[in-house]
Write a protein that binds this ligand. Structure first.
Ligand SMILES: Cc1cc2nc3c(=O)[nH]c(=O)nc-3n(C[C@H](O)[C@H](O)[C@H](O)COP(=O)(O)OP(=O)(O)OC[C@H]3O[C@@H](n4cnc5c(N)ncnc54)[C@H](O)[C@@H]3O)c2cc1C
Length: 299
């Protein structure tokens, strides 16, 4: 295990690293703050035939109560700087909100839609995070990846074949190290105003109590709907999801697509509640909801 360096941790609790605040421990845990350390860790994991899983802010994760019998690598690669004309280069471990703030401070517009989305820039690219009609792919102009061999490469956004909450990185399991965003010059006060409006709108909709991963299920593509998506929350609400609970997991009263940990939920509670919700929507509408949340470990 020496090849992982002195910061390798054993039997690390994962719940505090997720916004659900549930789940077990990782046999091995490593936080990496540089591309070199990340590449070295991937090479070592491969040599040792050790299963590994990469996390960022843990805001879209459901970790098994049995934990993960392998290596969890947390990408904490920082760095935010201006580059070229109206471009920002950003480490994959930066909070997405830190990127939004940096753009605002530099009077660059285009990232306001991302205000209030939890997690890191790497996680946002992996899942093509989006809200309020925008997606991360809209402003991305390039990225550096570490592949499963531990080799680094620079690619254009097209490489990622982005879709709704989807990217080719889900297939290749390549890890984002840094990314480049092209924005447009704007007026600082106006940009800040839009960011604040979105933050207020989110604060009104999102749970103030308990812990959540945001929307559990993907919306459905429907060009007739606002932003081209039929909200899964609407189907869930009509199927009677609100008020349902399993153990300490409950459907949020103000948003049927959010499951919250009211304090004592296990990941199993959340999983069981999600399965019941899938069945309810299927029974009523014949539609099988797809999950936005990513699972780690065995369920
Ligand atoms: C209250 C709340 C509201 C939310 N609202 C929204 C919303 O409006 N829109 C939206 O899209 N999402 C939303 N989310 C979900 C979440 O914020 C996003 O999915 C976010 O982009 C996940 O980033 P993360 O760093 O937390 O990733 P994690 O949860 O740590 O990981 C998620 C996936 O990303 C992969 N990943 C993480 N880092 C990297 C990397 N560097 N390279 C490659 N893969 C990586 C992981 O392997 C995992 O498969 C919300 C969450 C919460 C808690």
């Amino acid at each position: 295990m020496a090849e992982f360096g002195p910061t390798l941790e054993f039997n690390r609790e994962l719940a505090p690293l997720t916004t659900f605040n549930t789940g077990g421990r990782a046999g091995l845990f490593l936080e990496v703050d540089s591309a070199q350390l990340l590449a070295r860790a991937i090479k070592a994991a491969r040599r040792l035939k050790l299963p590994y899983f990469v996390i960022g802010g843990g805001s879209n994760l459901l970790v098994s109560d049995d934990g993960f019998d392998g290596l969890i690598i947390r990408v904490a690669i920082g760095g935010l700087s201006l580059a070229g004309e109206n471009e920002i280069v950003c480490g994959a471990g930066e909070d997405l909100m830190a990127l939004v703030d940096f753009a605002t401070e530099n009077s660059l517009t285009g990232l306001e839609f991302a205000a209030g989305i939890y997690g890191t820039v790497g996680g946002a690219i992996y899942g093509n995070a989006g809200a309020y009609g925008g997606e991360i792919k809209d402003v991305l102009t390039g990225l550096t990846l570490v592949d499963q061999e531990g080799e680094m490469k620079t690619v254009e956004p097209d490489y990622c074949r982005f879709g709704y909450r989807d990217s080719y990185l889900k297939t290749t399991k390549e890890i984002v190290v840094d990314a480049r965003f092209r924005l447009a010059p704007g007026e600082g006060v106006a940009i800040k105003g839009r960011v604040d409006d979105i933050l207020s709108s989110r604060a009104a909709k999102h749970p103030q109590e308990g812990q959540t991963c945001g929307c559990f299920f993907k919306n459905l593509i429907d060009p007739k709907e606002e932003y081209g998506k039929l909200p899964a929350g609407r189907l869930l609400e009509e199927a009677g999801a609100k008020g349902m609970s399993v153990g300490g997991a409950r459907v949020y009263d103000n948003h049927a697509n959010m499951i919250i940990n009211t304090g004592k939920a296990t990941s199993k509670d959340i999983r069981q509640l999600a399965d019941i919700l899938i069945k309810k929507v299927h029974d009523k509408f014949g539609i099988t909801l797809e999950e936005e949340v990513i699972q780690i470990g065995n369920f």
